[in-house]
Design a protein around this ligand. Structure first.
Ligand SMILES: Cc1ncc(COP(=O)(O)O)c(C=O)c1O
Length: 460
């Protein structure tokens, strides 16, 4: 395949020993060399050659055995419900993100729901959401009886497109829910500008985007609330767990109360007989989870920096290959979380090699976590929405036309999202970017082998 302009094949070869060996042999006919026994390193694994990556990837989540004693102490203390470990974890996460308050919760789904439950949105209101996500992002909006409205994504950043948000605003709009999908930051400066102009609430779904940042400011620190998941695959992994960041102290106290039966925010867990002042829930993080979080935070920054360093290296090396374009940062974005390393696939630039075949070939090379990303019906076409629309509260506040699900799907159709479903390539593996430069070269070499053998991979 022809390389993109500017970056010569020579400059790529210089910096990648393994790939260099493979690429040079490829030009001489790698299948032939495989047959003669000289070397078959350049034969794609899907055609019977050796895998580009042979040493294996780190596993995830990771637990450092040096923390075993601390965990045993918590378990033997008899204090398993939330106390100081959870509050220490909250303080630390808030501080690391440059935000006043953090409230830990049982998971990211409930962090998001709580965040919406304690904002003044009502039946009849509308909230504009990024559609490149799944149901967990928006349950809270539906619990409030509000109407989800979808604004399409930018196909090169995968994030909600602020221009599309503007097109969806009307007098009923009350909020925006950007989702920092794959761990890349959404365009928060632009989104906050729109929110200020129209007096809208903003809840950031940062469940995949710990420490992603824009001009040095962390995502989750822009809106009224920023919600995180600490589920086991996430880059800050507790197993299950979530967190809400906010700079609004009143709102924080309402959230504390909401997450503990509606008791006053100063009430201690386990206290019997407190009054419930608000309609609430119980979504407290447990003490051993707080300790896991504290232990993970000790190495989190170092891991985050390494992920960014390796991702930048990979992006530079991969950028010479037509047909796979690493997802771009929007203007001003400075770091991603790299929960997922995402790319845009263009089969026309690979002589029509279908994405599914490319993914198979990449997987065969032992590239990490290869998958096409979300593949289900688009979120605005999923049945849980229609279920909500059939409830009395929706019937009372919206017209039959607004609740007609076929019309709803048409109104909310997002063409760029659908194209992205068909073009995305995800490396969804939270530990692979903690590998060595040689591990990254293996991924580049895998792509190089595929590129040099497109015709054969297509036909076999
Ligand atoms: C974008 C997004 N939103 C919300 C969630 C929900 O988080 P949790 O699984 O911790 O409930 C997740 C995690 O899976 C997510 O990736």
């Amino acid at each position: 395949m022809k390389r993109k302009e500017n970056v010569s094949r020579r400059s790529f070869l210089k910096s990648s020993g393994l790939a260099a060996a493979g690429a040079v042999l490829a030009t001489q006919g790698s299948i032939a060399s495989a047959r003669t026994g000289v070397s078959n390193e350049t034969v794609p694994a899907i055609l019977g050659g050796p895998k580009a990556h042979k040493t294996g990837w780190q596993s995830w989540p990771q637990w450092d055995a040096k923390n075993n004693t601390r965990m045993i102490e918590v378990m033997q203390s008899g204090i398993w419900s939330r106390r100081s470990k959870v509050s220490d974890f909250e303080k630390k996460w808030a501080e690391m993100n440059g935000v006043k308050h953090c409230l830990a919760t049982v998971n990211g789904t409930n962090a998001l729901s709580a965040a919406w439950m304690q904002l003044d949105i009502r039946p009849g209101d509308e909230v504009i959401i990024s559609p490149y996500t799944f149901s967990a992002s928006l349950f809270g909006i539906l619990y409030k009886g509000a109407m989800p409205v979808w604004a399409d994504i930018d196909p090169m950043t995968f994030q909600i497109d602020p221009k599309k948000i503007r097109e969806k605003i009307n007098s009923r709009t009350k909020g925006i829910l950007p989702v920092h999908i794959c761990g890349y930051p959404s365009d928060m400066p632009e989104i906050m500008k729109i929110a200020r102009e129209h007096n809208l609430f903003v809840v950031e779904d940062a469940c995949q985007a710990h420490f992603a940042e824009i001009d040095g400011k962390k995502v989750g620190a822009f809106g009224n609330a920023g919600c995180f998941s600490f589920q086991e695959t996430k880059v800050l992994a507790v197993g299950e767990g979530g967190g809400i960041l906010t700079n609004d102290t009143d709102y924080y106290h309402r959230l504390v109360s909401y997450h503990n039966f509606g008791y006053p925010s100063q009430a201690k867990p386990g206290q019997i007989g407190s009054m419930s002042y608000i309609l609430a829930n119980k979504i407290r993080m447990a003490e051993y989870q707080g300790l896991i979080g504290l232990c993970q935070l000790e190495k989190f920054e170092e891991q985050h920096n390494l992920r960014n360093e390796n991702a930048a290296y990979l992006t530079e090396k991969l950028s010479v290959y037509p047909g796979i374009t690493p997802v771009k940062y929007h203007k001003g974005a400075t770091q991603a979380s790299y929960y997922i390393y995402a790319m845009v696939y263009n089969e026309d630039a690979l002589d029509g090699l279908p994405r599914s075949r490319f993914l198979e070939a990449l997987s065969a090379e032992a590239a990490p976590g290869v998958c096409p990303g979300y593949q289900n019906d688009p979120i605005y076409a999923q049945e849980f929405l229609d279920d909500a629309f059939k409830t009395d509260i929706y019937k009372k506040f919206y017209t039959a036309d607004e609740l007609d699900f076929e019309k709803y799907k048409q109104r909310n159709h997002c063409p760029e999202l659908i194209k992205t479903y068909n073009k995305a390539v995800w490396l969804w593996h939270p530990a692979f970017l903690l590998g060595s430069k040689s591990d990254m070269d293996d991924i580049v070499n895998a792509v190089d082998k595929i590129h040099n053998n497109v015709a054969k991979i297509k036909t076999v």
